[in-house]
Write a protein that binds this ligand. Structure first.
Ligand code: SF4
Length: 358
């Protein structure tokens, strides 16, 4: 194992936080040391989370129609992205969607709405939903993500049974003005602080691939550590056509893996969630990424489709992990495939008149 990563992880395990210089070093790991980085970061992951993966499910309660101008967002003001646009789901549909996520294997439901922030009426609407959901599923964890909070709203959500509040910092303070002008970085910090002060578990993360520098990615991660975010969603930009970041493809699977490893090393005991863009950007490295991160979303995202929920659960099993809160098989990575059916017989290419699939 490369000594510098092993030594770094030993120091982190002993209680010495990684520095910004360490994080930058991790981000710039050469290809031939990438696996040793993953192995080192995996020690931290195993130390704090064992073989568990938290499975989260998004319910987009209100989609699109947002007056804010976040450049990365398909729901922003003026977005021409071809997405679903609808106002608040009724309670029956919202609860049906949340229940579908629980049936599919999730243990945390993330209730999200587009917009600058909720009115008090919106907060009551979500409070009612959470009360009903928790009445039917007492063990479910609920995270709300409703935008910028006003005084008293976090307390009301907590009182209603909401466990966590998500509001991402998204990027470094020094880059924030380049990706949104309708609110400030300080506004975002203020909402995370309000949530935390009200006793909600703060969930705040970032989006990589917004044109930020390596130093700015490190700056964002260190800010999240300083802010005390309990769970850190790491999104990889999905550049929707019809948004200002259309055509921005700055990421590679290896870079995404390095970013996740950096997050693990900077915030070793926090929930690192591989969030939007997982399938698109990590591609065949999704399994390796699970050895560093300990949380994913199941199925679809807010405005884009993810891979099938069963493929997500298979990803977890195949890599030797178990869903947090689920019954434990003896050794998940050694369980035979649960897929039914026989191998598909080849009926194309050599020996046929049908074109090969090469
Ligand atoms: S990220 Fe949120 S606030 Fe920004 S445009 Fe999208 S929905 Fe609106």
């Amino acid at each position: 194992m490369t000594p510098r990563f092993d030594d770094l992880v030993d120091a982190v395990l002993a209680g010495t936080p990684a520095t910004a210089a360490d994080a930058l070093d991790v981000l710039r790991t050469p290809d031939d040391e990438l696996l040793t980085l993953v192995a080192a970061a995996a020690r931290l992951r195993r130390n704090h989370f064992g073989d568990t993966v938290k499975v989260n499910y998004l319910v987009n309660l209100k989609s699109g129609l947002c007056p804010e101008d976040c450049h990365y967002c398909s729901q922003r003001l003026g977005s021409k992205a071809d997405i679903l646009r609808y106002t608040w789901l009724g309670p029956t549909e919202a609860l049906e969607q949340a229940t579908a996520g629980l049936r599919g294997g999730a243990t945390r439901i993330c209730m999200v709405s587009s917009g600058r922030g909720p009115t008090d009426r919106d907060v009551e609407r979500v409070a009612g939903l959470v009360g009903t959901l928790k009445g039917e599923h007492p063990d479910v964890e609920v995270c709300a993500c409703l935008g910028l909070l006003k005084d008293g709203q976090a307390e009301r959500l907590r009182e209603a049974g909401v466990d966590a509040y998500n509001h991402n910092l998204n990027t470094a303070e020094s880059h924030h003005h380049s990706i949104v002008t309708s609110h400030t970085y300080a506004d975002r910090v203020d909402t995370v602080t309000k949530a935390k002060d009200a006793g909600l578990s703060p969930c705040s993360g970032l989006i990589a691939g917004l044109g930020e520098s390596d130093e700015q990615l490190v700056e964002a991660l260190v800010a999240l550590r300083d802010l005390g975010s309990d769970s850190i969603p790491v999104n990889f930009l999905m550049p929707f056509d019809g948004t200002p970041l259309e055509g921005t493809w700055d990421l590679t699977p290896g870079r995404c893996l390095r970013i996740l490893a950096m997050a693990r090393i900077v915030c070793p005991d926090k929930e690192i969630r591989i969030a939007g863009g997982r399938e698109m950007h990590l591609r065949s490295l999704q399994g390796l990424a699970l050895h560093v991160a300990n949380s994913i979303f199941l199925g679809d995202y807010l405005t884009s489709e993810g891979q099938a929920a069963e493929a997500d659960l298979e990803l977890i099993r195949d890599n030797g992990f178990v869903v947090l809160g689920a019954d434990r098989p003896d050794s998940p990575g050694t369980q035979p495939s649960t897929r039914a059916g026989s191998p598909a017989t080849r009926r194309r290419g050599a020996g046929t008149d049908v074109p090969a699939n090469a």
